[in-house]
Design a binder for this molecule. Structure first.
Ligand SMILES: [Zn+2]
Length: 370
């Protein structure tokens, strides 16, 4: 999962044939890298995939796809793949389709796409753009299937022990914009320009008032998907900053570069009803709280537990493991002056902070759900 999320680009390229980019959308990108990889393998056997459901939840991703056989359809694969240009400084990203359709003598063919679709530098802040991909840029879910499965699950609640989790994930997915790959986080783009964040409803309203669509994403409670170009998104932020001024930023900072341009669009922040998701309006839960404290991927079996694992397992478990190991050692070595390892003491000092931080982050994440 870490490789798919971009922690090691070289390994990701060697295993999945795709370069990940460092964006805030990494969980969805992981899904799209995996789908592109499955498609690439299917194509070798004249087969192609149609994704039914692609889920990023807890600490893993899972995709469900249908596989069909058609040599003709396989030729259209480049139309479902895209390169990603990610700015190294701000959160702007752009997609470029690998292929395009060309009609010649009444036959439709797939040809290489024309590019680049972006200038040499980021149009918002002027910094360089890195290129990643190709990722799957077609729909990740079968909308009809998602809606019907959600209805089915609702009708037989008792038969699904994990009904709450299933319902929340499927509800969020059913409200996603299915034709928009990747997402950004409102908090992160506000951090780019160092301003206070507008509420999600206000920001969504501004995008809708500008004539574009916007939705949430199941992969991140704070993520937003929209078909609005980045110029429009930054213009909305510039208008927001006009009314909510920020401290003067250093001249060479990304915030100064973005805010130095005057907006071409006059953002309208008046609230619209469609800015709130249907599930939110009906008070249906879209993201569930963590089932227990220190919820997270545990350490690999056989690893020695040390103080650095406190944020994963909790201070109590780590203390018990360290003290347990120390007492066993004392029993085995019967020397009276054998010094007891001091790791127990240092562990408590160092571990409280990350674990509370982790808990706090979880709480923040839930309380700021858009
Ligand atoms: Zn930029």
């Amino acid at each position: 999962m870490a490789v798919l999320c971009g922690s090691n680009a070289e390994v990701c390229h060697s295993k999945y044939g795709c370069f990940p980019t460092k964006g805030k959308y990494n969980h969805e990108m992981a899904l799209r890298i995996l789908l592109a990889n499955i498609e690439s393998h299917a194509n070798r056997y004249k087969r192609y995939i149609v994704p039914v459901l692609s889920v990023s939840m807890d600490f893993y991703i899972r995709v469900f796809v249908r596989v069909f056989t058609s040599a003709n359809e396989v030729k259209k694969t480049p139309l479902k793949l895209s390169y990603v240009y990610q700015c190294v400084s701000c959160d702007s990203f752009h997609l470029q389709c690998v292929g395009r359709t060309v009609t010649k003598d009444n036959t439709v063919k797939c040809a290489p796409g024309i590019g680049p679709v972006v200038p040499q530098g980021c149009s918002a802040c002027g910094k360089k753009l890195t290129m990643g991909g190709p990722i799957w840029s077609g729909p990740m879910h079968d909308q009809e299937w998602v809606v019907s499965t959600l209805a089915e699950a609702k009708s037989r609640k008792d038969r699904y022990p994990a009904y709450n989790k299933i319902a929340s994930v499927l509800t969020t997915i059913s409200e996603e914009l299915h034709d928009i790959p990747l997402y950004f986080s409102l908090h992160n783009i506000c951090a780019n320009v160092k301003c206070t964040s507008p509420s999600a409803v206000l920001f969504r309203s501004a995008v809708i008032n500008a004539g574009y669509r916007i939705s949430g994403t199941h992969a991140n409670p704070l993520g937003l998907k929209t078909d609005a170009p980045w110029d429009v998104i930054w213009d909305i932020m510039r208008c927001w900053v006009k009314n909510h001024p920020v401290k003067e930023q250093p001249h060479d900072s990304q915030a100064a570069a973005i805010l130095s341009k005057s907006p071409k669009l006059e953002a309208n922040f008046s609230r619209v009803a469609s800015a709130i998701s249907r599930a939110q309006a009906k008070k249906i839960k879209r993201f569930l709280p963590n089932p227990e404290r220190h919820w997270g991927p545990k350490i690999r079996a056989g690893r020695k537990i040390t103080s650095k694992h406190a944020s994963l397992l909790g201070p109590d478990v780590v203390n018990r493991a360290i003290n347990g190991a120390a007492s066993t050692k004392d029993e085995n070595v019967a020397a009276p002056n054998n010094p007891t390892p001091e790791t127990g003491g240092t562990a408590t000092n160092g571990e409280d902070e990350p674990s509370t931080k982790r808990q706090k982050n979880c709480d923040d994440r839930l309380s700021t759900e858009p």
